[in-house]
Design a binder for this molecule. Structure first.
Ligand code: SF4
Length: 199
């Protein structure tokens, strides 16, 4: 089974873990699990590629700033939703540490507190051997790609190669959250997908 060791490690850290072969299967699972409630989504190419928003909207009220005409209001609504979905920017395979980096803060704050349940979704490209390589990935792969996607005038977006630890007012990586273990305030499930999803 894919992710057998990582699944056991994450379960040892306190998480419920589900494994899927494709993003489509994972999206179907989430739509079957989450019904009749309010759902907030963090900005995530993984979730977008999975098409999970459309499926969740069939039976829930969904708040996502990426598809809202009022992104700031959608941020506030997502923050008070019962269920929150986000991707993991990286997971350290040896320890099960989950890392997320954020510019606005809505995604990492919702991952910490305030919902009944949080789902972290990660494709196989998000799995790094250890904490150091996971952090390297966040700084030098995830953030530059997101800066380019957002059209930011940061050195990483312009040059497209690495993080320059910039002082740009358009900097997108301002906070790092590392989950060593499951925080006890909410249910948390990790969805591992044996497919490349997002950055
Ligand atoms: S600190 Fe600046 S250069 Fe480095 S990844 Fe973030 S936005 Fe890009």
């Amino acid at each position: 089974m894919a992710f057998e060791k990582l699944k056991a490690t994450l379960e040892g850290n306190g998480y419920t873990v589900s494994v899927f072969s494709t993003g489509a299967e994972a999206a179907r699972y989430l739509a079957d699990e989450v019904k009749g409630t309010s759902v907030g989504l963090g900005g995530s190419m993984t979730l977008k590629e999975m098409g999970v928003e459309e499926l969740l909207r069939e039976n829930n009220t969904v708040y996502w700033h990426w598809s809202s005409t009022d992104p700031k209001e959608a941020h506030r609504q997502a923050a008070s939703a019962d269920v929150y979905l986000l991707s993991a920017n990286a997971i350290a395979e040896d320890t099960g540490e989950i890392l997320n980096i954020d510019g606005t803060g809505n995604r990492v704050s919702s991952s910490l507190f305030g919902h009944k349940k949080v789902y972290f979704v990660a494709g196989r490209n998000k799995i790094s051997p250890d904490y150091e390589s996971a952090l390297y990935r966040l700084r030098n792969v995830v953030s530059p790609k997101n800066a380019q996607r957002l059209g930011r005038k940061t050195p990483c977006a312009v040059k497209g190669d690495k993080c320059y630890n910039c002082d740009s007012p358009e900097r997108i990586c301002n906070a790092l959250v590392v989950f060593y273990k499951k925080i006890g305030s909410m249910d948390r499930e990790v969805i591992l997908v044996d497919e490349e999803l997002g950055y």
